[in-house]
Write a protein that binds this ligand. Structure first.
Ligand SMILES: [Zn+2]
Length: 276
């Protein structure tokens, strides 16, 4: 480059200083710095002092985590929009619901639960049990939407669509199976709607168990809606060769969840014991 005729003016061949030990750091990929060069575009070599190494280690971890979150968010938005949370459910909220629903106590409990989930202070889950037409899905969607409003990552799906997403990972270029399971295991909230309404293979139940037990180990909440009690749920989930894993799923849900029973359309009770 002919520096004399260049519109760029050479200002220095020195870089920035290490903020920890003051060592001069050279810009990466540039022999000289130019006045017109946007400083934000510059990247400097990393110092090898102890404090700097620790700083960059944390920096890289945060960056990696952010990238992971963004990747997840993209995939989640896709699931959210295309798969299950239809427009109808996206409008569900506690405020609309409570104006038409007399089960004020249950609404308040669920709002309290959701607020604690938003603050990441809730490690237990909730099983919302009630018959068809008892607004289980609506209440699940209220929890989802309230959390999403606060920028929490929430997945609300039927068990079969979780399994379908895992299967898609075999063919798509997106997440791998491990990453999909990791995603369901680590989102701020997972809501499985209408559990027991679909029979699943042993393989699928094992994946579901893995996700639920990961959330249990990670102290992350879960919400289950179902119209089956404990025994019925085992029966619904299993067939001859997968009864054990179905039992394990129901057991772990019992351990990690409170039960909310929608007994009648306008009369509800809350128990500290699971009634899934
Ligand atoms: Zn240094």
């Amino acid at each position: 480059m002919d520096l004399k005729n260049s519109t760029f003016k050479v200002i220095t061949n020195e870089g920035a200083k290490c903020r920890f030990c003051n060592k001069i750091l050279n810009p990466i990929g540039l022999d000289y710095l130019y006045v017109n060069y946007d400083k934000n575009m510059l990247e400097y070599e990393r110092c090898d002092c102890e404090k700097s190494i620790q700083f960059w280690k944390d920096f890289d971890l945060r960056k990696e985590e952010k990238q992971r979150q963004e990747k997840y968010k993209k995939i989640i938005n896709n699931i959210y929009k295309n798969n299950y949370m239809k427009k109808r459910l996206q409008k569900c909220n506690f405020e609309n619901f409570s104006s038409t629903y007399k089960g004020e106590k249950i609404i308040n409990q669920l709002i309290k639960f959701t607020d604690l989930c938003i603050k990441s202070e809730m490690q237990n889950g909730i099983i919302i049990y009630g018959n068809i037409g008892y607004k289980k899905t609506y209440l699940g969607a209220c929890i989802a939407n309230k959390m999403i409003e606060q920028n929490k990552i929430v997945l609300m799906e039927k068990s079969s669509s979780i399994i379908a997403t895992i299967k898609e990972s075999f063919t798509n270029e997106g997440l791998s199976e491990i990453e999909v399971i990791d995603l369901y295991s680590n989102v701020d909230m997972l809501i499985i709607d209408d559990l027991g309404n679909e029979s699943l293979s042993k393989w699928a139940l094992e994946k579901l168990y893995k996700i639920i037990s990961n959330r249990y180990d990670n102290d992350l909440p879960i919400v289950i809606t179902t119209r089956y009690n404990k025994e019925q749920l085992i029966e619904q989930l299993s067939n001859e060769n997968n009864i054990e894993i179905a039992e394990e799923i129901v057991e772990i849900l019992n351990e990690m969840c409170y039960g909310i029973v929608l007994e009648e359309k306008e009369k509800v009770s809350i128990s500290n014991q699971t009634k899934c």
